[in-house]
Design a protein around this ligand. Structure first.
Ligand SMILES: Cc1cc2nc3c(=O)[nH]c(=O)nc-3n(C[C@H](O)[C@H](O)[C@H](O)COP(=O)(O)OP(=O)(O)OC[C@H]3O[C@@H](n4cnc5c(N)ncnc54)[C@H](O)[C@@H]3O)c2cc1C
Length: 285
């Protein structure tokens, strides 16, 4: 089955877009790995019409609203988006789905190393995208940080470039075993280098690497965007023109495109993006 739009994220931007698309008589699918950042918010006191509501209740009301409209929803982590010409293939840890357009509503959360030097070597040995930068480390020693499906996806790319690969789980337990790969399970305490990254210091040792790929937690909007070659501004927010990114058919809204990082703006983005998506789909008929 080919969906009209696959929406990644069930926060306010994603659900709002789904509600509008469904009411345009289109066929959206929402894929999300969890309820997003609102769940962490004890009280929302500034959303129109509610006065005071917990973040959890607000997000659950949105999801219930979408379910009442029979909008399809899947709980899964999106690992890759592949443009296939006229459609897009969305790969998740649970399966693959195809659509004519995509709406990225993944918020702005990105899993980072929790150390002071975490950004010091970005672009100077530290990368967030194996497909983009793996080639630069051909036959060199690559470190890969992570323990879940996102890390495995990056591993499958990087193993084509080198045999010298070390996985750093940063204190987490590996979800699967990897034959013949060195695994360091200590917590990372420092990234060491001068002009470029030279080594990774953990609680119990120091390991020389030429490059380090961060694939912690799940695929964030930012790392998915790197993989796709989507244009971003200097703060890492996606650049859009009437909610469409530089890849025709891939739209984005909510916190992932920056501006006011609030529920009201995310809801408005979802609605306006749905209209832009409908126009795009109509133009393809
Ligand atoms: C502590 C805190 C307090 C806040 N207080 C307020 C407030 O009082 N008022 C207010 O208006 N705003 C507040 N905000 C901001 C508000 O929560 C955000 O602006 C809003 O949630 C953004 O909506 P969004 O839909 O863009 O993203 P999010 O709500 O972050 O939703 C992102 C969605 O994308 C999904 N996702 C991400 N990556 C993947 C992946 N790889 N695969 C599948 N799914 C994925 C997530 O699971 C989630 O469903 C607060 C935020 C925080 C963190």
């Amino acid at each position: 089955m080919i969906y009209d739009t696959i929406i990644i994220g069930r926060g306010p931007a994603g659900v709002s877009a789904a509600i509008y698309l469904k009411r345009f008589n289109l066929n959206p699918l929402i894929i999300a790995k969890d309820d997003g950042v609102l769940i962490e918010t004890e009280a929302i006191d500034n959303f129109y019409g509610f006065g005071h509501i917990s973040g959890k209740e607000l997000v659950h009301r949105g999801i219930e609203h979408a379910k009442n409209l029979d909008i399809s929803m899947i709980e899964a982590e999106v690992i890759e988006i592949m443009p296939l010409g006229e459609t897009f293939l969305i790969k998740t840890n649970e399966g693959e789905y195809e659509s004519k357009s995509v709406f990225l509503a993944m918020g702005k959360k990105k899993a980072q190393l929790k150390i002071a030097t975490r950004n010091k070597f970005d672009g100077k040995g530290v990368s967030y995208c194996a497909i983009c930068d793996g080639f630069f480390y051909k036959n060199k020693h690559i470190g890969l940080v992570g323990a879940g499906p996102f890390m495995e996806n990056e591993y499958n790319v990087l193993k084509n470039f080198t045999k010298e690969l070390t996985i750093f789980t940063d204190g987490a337990k590996l979800e699967h075993q990897f034959d013949g790969v060195k695994v360091v399970e200590d917590k990372i305490i420092e990234l060491v280098g001068d002009e470029r990254l030279r080594s990774v210091k953990t609680q119990n040792g120091e390991y020389e690497v030429d490059g380090l790929f961060i694939a912690l937690g799940s695929q964030s909007g930012m790392s998915l965007s790197y993989h796709l070659g989507l244009e971003m501004d200097e703060k890492g927010f996606l650049k859009v023109d009437n909610f469409m990114t530089n890849i025709p058919g891939i739209f984005a809204g909510g916190d992932i495109i920056g501006g006011l990082l609030q529920v009201s703006k995310a809801v408005a983005d979802g609605a306006s993006a749905a209209l832009a998506i409908k126009k795009f789909l109509d133009s393809k008929k």
